[in-house]
Write a protein that binds this ligand. Structure first.
Ligand code: IFM
Length: 451
């Protein structure tokens, strides 16, 4: 898209029905980790271990959204953002993972939802954003097939308690990240490693996504039901057939592993033969159970990756060529700033006839923001958002079935293994005082949404 088109970027170009929002997740913002009967989650336990999270940061207080939610929802309103995506903490609702409901947990989310509705903001609820109850991890977590039943019960409880007021649902957030980082690489909670953990975690998560969809649909026939996936635009390092094959394997792992089973296409075993290791966890009848016809698919894109063949990388035979080494512009996360990635991802998934509607459920960037004279002049983030929204518009104008865009994220928050260092928010948070300052990016988004 040309620069002059960018200057003219206006909300109206997307049409009246296009959804605009901001996304968050319970553990990253709520704090109040043991308040009012909440049980521990795997992130409460993981952050307590030495060497897991930078500077031993944790989410015990985070943005104190548990106590500050009214102020934060007021800020969403001030920024003219119509839709608010948040997740519910499983261990706040079911401290033991299953069984007895903690009514205070239910009441908290009801207060959040009601306050959104009173403020004219539409709530979008994610059932699971990575914070499994610790007691369930002690029983094997996502490697134990019983998790499908535990998750189903939790999903039913959410549907029954919040379904009368919440009309937009997402079953899970980025399954490839929490299974890959948490059960293969050990860099996210619960910190497990290896294929012996990863393979069952993949299959039980995939079954739970589809089952969660079925439970929400049967309880809430009028609700719009989706689930979200992380997607990275992948390019081979060179024209060599080895690098092309490596890029195909990386694409199967990072982009197709969870989406294709949901769409009824099964796991991408042909392009990623190591997925044969899932076979011993697949029971008769499972293949059909993996599919569910979601109303929308949430795609979350931040960057692209360049992939090189690597004989020494087990299972996948491919490695990512770090953006830092490629001398390209990067964010605090070390991710390349490459706006057309979101366009390529939209085109890629638009080509699947099984997908009815796409929503960009996350996109955003972390940069090293500073407060000067009470302001945060984050022009890199303003440009990042403008350039990415322009790419979404380009895809939409070419007929892509994209129907919404949510910024990651509202306030600076706990960025998992990176702690509080990366700041992704439209709103700056002073974590000592909990003061909020709307950044220039927040002001830009407010004006864009008003237009
Ligand atoms: O903070 C995360 C979020 O929890 C899931 N998607 C990517 C974001 C940025 O890393």
């Amino acid at each position: 898209m040309k620069e002059d088109n960018l200057q003219n970027l206006e909300r109206e170009q997307f049409g009246d029905n296009f959804r605009w929002g901001v996304s968050t997740a319970a553990y990253q913002i709520e704090g109040a980790f043991d308040a009012d009967g909440k049980g521990l989650s795997i992130w409460d336990v993981f952050t307590n271990k030495r060497g897991k999270v930078k500077d031993r940061h944790h989410g015990q207080i985070a943005c104190d959204f548990y106590n500050c939610f009214q102020g934060d929802i007021n800020l969403i309103k001030q920024l003219n953002i119509p839709d608010f995506r948040f997740s519910v903490s499983w261990s706040r609702i079911l401290p033991e993972g299953t069984g007895k409901i903690n009514q205070s947990g239910i009441d908290f989310y009801k207060r959040v939802i009601d306050f959104c509705l009173e403020s004219g903001i539409t709530p979008w609820l994610t059932v699971y954003h990575w914070d499994l109850p610790h007691v369930l991890e002690q029983k094997g977590g996502w490697t134990n097939r019983d998790v499908v039943n535990w998750f189903s019960d939790f999903t039913s409880i959410c549907a029954q308690n919040f379904g009368d007021t919440v009309k937009h649902w997402m079953v899970m957030n980025e399954p490839s990240v929490f299974t890959g980082a948490g059960y293969f690489m050990g860099i996210h909670a619960p910190g497990r490693r290896g294929m012996g953990n990863f393979a069952p975690a993949i299959h039980h998560t995939a079954l739970s996504i589809a089952e969660g969809g079925r439970i929400l649909r049967s309880n809430l026939p009028d609700a719009e039901i989706g689930t979200t996936f992380s997607c990275t635009h992948i390019e081979p390092y060179s024209h060599s057939s080895r690098d092309h094959a490596a890029a195909t394997r990386a694409d199967a792992l990072l982009n197709r592993l969870f989406i294709e089973p949901v769409l009824g296409l099964g796991y991408p075993v042909n392009d990623l033969p190591v997925l044969r290791k899932l076979e011993k966890h697949i029971k008769p009848g499972d293949e059909a159970k993996l599919a569910f016809d979601f109303d929308f698919i949430g795609l979350q894109n931040y960057t692209r990756e360049i992939v090189k063949s690597s004989f020494f990388t087990p299972y996948i035979g491919a490695r990512l060529v770090k953006a830092e080494k490629r001398k390209v512009p990067i964010t605090t996360m070390g991710w390349e700033v490459y706006p057309s990635a979101i366009y390529h991802i939209l085109k890629k998934f638009d080509a699947y006839p099984q997908i009815r509607k796409i929503i960009i459920t996350e996109n955003g960037a972390a940069f090293p923001d500073t407060v000067e004279e009470g302001s945060v002049r984050d022009e890199k983030r303003v440009k990042y958002l403008q350039d990415h929204i322009a790419q979404v518009l380009k895809a939409k104008q070419e007929g892509c079935k994209v129907a919404g865009y949510f910024v990651w994220t509202l306030t600076d928050n706990f960025e998992w293994a990176e702690g509080y260092h990366p700041r992704f928010g439209l709103i700056y948070v002073n974590f000592e005082t909990q003061e909020r300052i709307v950044k220039d990016s927040g002001k830009w988004f407010r004006n864009f949404l008003k237009s």
